[in-house]
Design a protein around this ligand. Structure first.
Ligand code: NAG
Ligand code: NAG
Ligand code: NAG
Ligand code: NAG
Ligand code: NAG
Ligand code: NAG
Ligand code: NAG
Ligand code: NAG
Ligand code: NAG
Ligand code: NAG
Ligand code: NAG
Ligand code: NAG
Length: 687
């Protein structure tokens, strides 16, 4: 049970992260239409109506080496290269000054070895490879470039080209996530006009430096990101960085930063506003004291730094009076929250992440500007926290998951009307969900899974019409699903599994047209599967197993053309397996075991070539297997799925086991026991 619980937690966590990505991506994708060049290009009569021919040819050569899965370069036609998407020219000289070749498709850069490209509405993340690009030598012809962005392309472990260092007018250089490999050429120090340098790498160190001295030749640098670049050889990194007082944004997370011995040089970064040193284990107390002079600092990120203590942080935090965002997650900090935040300026702090520590106690009620608070995974945070949050009514994001909150959710939760995200999962919460939850009309995600919540789902939940994600699983919720649930038309994921819910599935659920995931399993739901469920065409996973659902499976179920997982097992369902199921070509799991199904296996099931498991065991299904096996055997070999479990035991199947079974190359496990089948399964069936 514990294992299953943590499994479902992980999925929930991952899924919700993806949802947030979705929201972010929607914004991003709305912006994609506007290439950088579009706004910047100003035509001056007689000069830039078309660009320089030599530069145009250089651009075409560059393009020829770039991977293009779609229409990245569709506007790159005709003479006027200054009007091409991603290109901009100087309005008096006509020279190309800007080249934005950022890979235009968004993918999830958080996930392990390779990115995922999202199919927004389907919520499918297909693993997708980005084809290889090369940096064409013609790039050095564009001598007047001020802005160059090659980020997110796949340069497939090529060395970072030294030639870029000849583009001495560059003010903006973005090579992040571009999969370059090897040493960063110190020649980049020639780019003395740079304001922005982004070299952020993937999760593992593809890029490294031998030293960082070259950086001090770029005194105008305002923005530097070398996260995930291996800086372990840059012994003097601290001194180099400190010699660039123009720096406003410095990101060196997971950079393997070497230890800096005391005494430290006088603090010089007077303009610094964002500092991210997360994931480096050698952040010393001396460094934190030094930081307390960073009075312009707004965002401080020290997540996963290992060696921090509350005492060493107190000094710096007390001095940083302009702090807006603070991330101290994953540091195993031990002690009282209050002690840590005691000296933090009560004004202005909006974003606070203290997750994955061992903190306890309350949040100071004085932090009224807080909008984002993550205290998940602290284990010792108790329910008192919800009371102490009383004044923090600006909160939009509140995550108290994985703590030891073991009392009721107070009705005052309804005061947090700005909340968009509320996570109280994996605690020991008791009592009912208060009716006042219906006030939180801005909620997008509500996570209450794995608690001891009792009582009915309040009908006021139907007020939360912005909800996209609702997870009440693994509680002791009783009563009916309120029909007001049908008002939540933005829901994408609904999980009510592992409760004691009774009554029918309300037909109003058919209004939840955005549902992708519906899990009502392990309850005591009775009645029929409503016809209306068949209209939820985005549905990919539908779990109704372990209930007391009766009646027939509606024919409309065949309308769920995106369904991949369908489990109706352990119910009282009767009648035939509808033919229409054979239309759902994406089905991978079809489990109708332990019901009262009768009739024959529809021939159409043989069309389900993506199946990895077909389980119809323990029903009263009759007929023979010839048609099913014949159908499955015509699935092309090497289909996306290479194994099939076929579990048909405990039925009334008759006839001879067809020899064609040998042609089911994908067959993995088969159980045909307790039927009236004749014949032997021999090697002849498999070869
Ligand atoms: C050229 O661009 C500069 C800055 O981008 C702008 O200030 C200037 O007005 C423009 N000149 C013309 C003639 O459009
Ligand atoms: C980049 O290209 C290489 C070589 O084709 C490939 O192995 C790798 O998977 C690609 N990376 C991504 C993220 O697509
Ligand atoms: C560089 O590109 C990445 C990915 O495209 C982007 O997230 C980042 O904000 C860019 N950096 C700067 C300084 O604009
Ligand atoms: C502080 O910055 C100035 C200006 O770049 C530089 O001359 C000086 O050496 C720096 N001080 C330290 C201690 O690095
Ligand atoms: C911080 O500032 C104070 C006062 O301005 C100064 O005395 C002290 O030396 C500075 N500390 C560092 C590390 O620069
Ligand atoms: C929780 O708090 C108690 C006492 O306040 C302490 O003994 C215990 O170590 C804490 N547990 C964790 C995981 O921090
Ligand atoms: C909320 O603010 C009021 C007035 O400023 C204050 O008296 C009260 O202690 C605060 N409540 C909490 C829980 O901090
Ligand atoms: C539901 O929302 C309406 C306004 O949208 C509000 O008047 C009502 O009090 C809410 N109901 C509950 C139970 O929160
Ligand atoms: C919400 O659902 C209830 C019951 O289904 C219905 O009476 C009510 O009109 C719905 N409210 C809204 C705002 O759609
Ligand atoms: C919601 O579902 C109910 C029952 O199926 C139906 O009567 C009602 O018209 C639907 N409402 C909307 C807004 O679609
Ligand atoms: C299997 O599923 C994929 C999408 O996941 C789909 O493109 C393909 O057509 C399906 N195969 C069959 C035989 O329907
Ligand atoms: C199955 O095998 C047994 C023993 O090898 C044999 O006696 C029997 O005739 C076979 N049945 C069929 C239908 O081939």
């Amino acid at each position: 049970m514990a294992a299953a619980g943590s499994g479902s937690f992980r999925n929930g966590r991952i899924a919700s992260k993806h949802l947030r990505m979705l929201v972010a991506l929607l914004v991003v994708s709305c912006c994609l239409g506007h290439g950088f060049g579009d706004e910047d290009h100003v035509e001056v009569e007689g000069i830039s109506s078309s660009c320089m021919e030599s530069e145009r040819r250089a651009l075409l050569a560059i393009k020829s080496d770039m991977y293009d899965p779609g229409d990245r370069f569709s506007s790159w036609t005709g003479k006027d290269c200054c009007g091409w998407r991603g290109v901009a020219c100087d309005n008096t000289t006509g020279h190309v000054t800007k080249l934005d070749l950022r890979y235009p498709y968004t993918y999830d850069i958080w996930d392990g070895n390779y990115p995922y490209i999202y199919d927004l509405w389907d919520l499918i993340y297909n693993e997708e490879r980005i084809g290889v690009s090369k940096v064409n030598p013609s790039l050095q012809e564009l001598k007047h470039l001020k802005y160059l962005d090659l980020s997110m392309n796949n340069f497939s472990h090529a060395p970072l080209p030294k030639m870029i260092a000849s583009l001495v007018h560059l003010e903006y250089l973005n090579l992040s996530y571009a999969m370059f490999h090897g040493p960063i050429p110190p020649q980049l120090g020639n780019l003395s006009n740079l304001h922005y340098l982004d070299l952020q790498g993937w999760y593992d160190y593809h890029l490294h430096v031998v030293d960082l001295d070259w950086l001090s030749r770029i005194p105008s640098l305002k923005y530097l990101d070398m996260s995930e670049v291996n800086l372990s050889k840059a012994i003097n990194w601290f001194y180099v960085i400190n010699s660039i007082p123009a720096l406003e944004v410095l990101r060196l997370s997971d950079a393997n930063l070497p230890y800096v011995p005391s005494p430290l040089p006088p603090f010089n970064l007077t303009a610094i506003s964002t500092l991210d040193l997360s994931g480096n284990s050698d952040i010393t107390s001396a460094m934190l004291r030094w930081l307390s002079n960073a009075t312009s600092l707004e965002y401080l990120l020290l997540s996963g730094c290992g060696s921090l203590t509350i005492q060493s942080l107190q000094v710096a935090l007390g001095a940083l009076s302009n702090l807006k965002g603070l991330d101290l997650s994953g540091n195993s900090l031990k002690g009282e929250i209050f002690e840590l935040l005691n000296n933090v300026s009560s004004r202005g702090l909006k974003h606070l992440d203290l997750s994955v520590n061992q903190l306890s106690g309350d949040i100071p009620g004085s932090l009224r500007d807080l909008e984002y608070l993550d205290l998940s995974w602290n284990f010792n945070v108790t329910l008192h926290i919800l009371v102490s949050l009383g004044n923090l009514t600006n909160l939009r994001h509140l995550d108290l998951g994985d703590n030891s909150i073991s009392r009721e959710i107070p009705p005052t939760i309804g005061n947090f009307v700005r909340l968009e995200y509320l996570d109280l999962s994996f605690n020991g919460i008791i009592g009912k969900i208060p009716q006042s939850i219906g006030n939180l009309s801005n909620l997008v995600e509500l996570h209450l899974s794995v608690n001891n919540i009792v009582g009915w789902i309040p009908p006021s939940i139907g007020n939360l019409t912005n909800l996209v994600y609702l997870d009440l699983s693994w509680n002791n919720i009783v009563g009916w699903i309120p029909s007001s649930m049908g008002n939540l038309t933005n829901l994408v994921c609904l999980d009510l599994s592992w409760n004691n819910i009774v009554g029918w599935i309300p037909s109003s659920m058919g209004n939840l047209t955005n549902l992708v995931y519906l899990d009502l399993s392990r309850n005591n739901i009775v009645g029929c599967i409503p016809n209306t469920l068949g209209t939820l065409i985005h549905m990919e996973q539908l779990y109704l197993f372990n209930n007391r659902i009766s009646g027939q499976i509606p024919e409309t179920i065949g309308g769920l053309l995106n369904l991949q997982m369908l489990s109706l097992s352990n119910n009282l369902i009767s009648g035939q397996v509808p033919n229409t199921i054979g239309r759902i070509h994406r089905l991978q799991l079809l489990d109708m075991s332990y019901n009262n199904l009768s009739g024959q296996i529809p021939t159409t099931l043989g069309d389900l070539c993506n199946l990895t498991r077909l389980d119809l065991s323990c029903n009263n299904i009759g007929g023979d297997l010839t048609n099913l096996f014949y159908g499955l055997s015509t699935c092309s070999q090497g289909a996306s799925i290479s194994s099939l479990d076929l579990v048909l035991k405990g039925n009334n199947l008759s006839g001879i086991i067809p020899s064609i079974m040998g042609q089911l190359s994908q067959l993995y496990e088969i159980d045909l026991s307790s039927n009236s089948l004749a014949g032997n399964i021999t090697e002849a069936h498999f070869f």
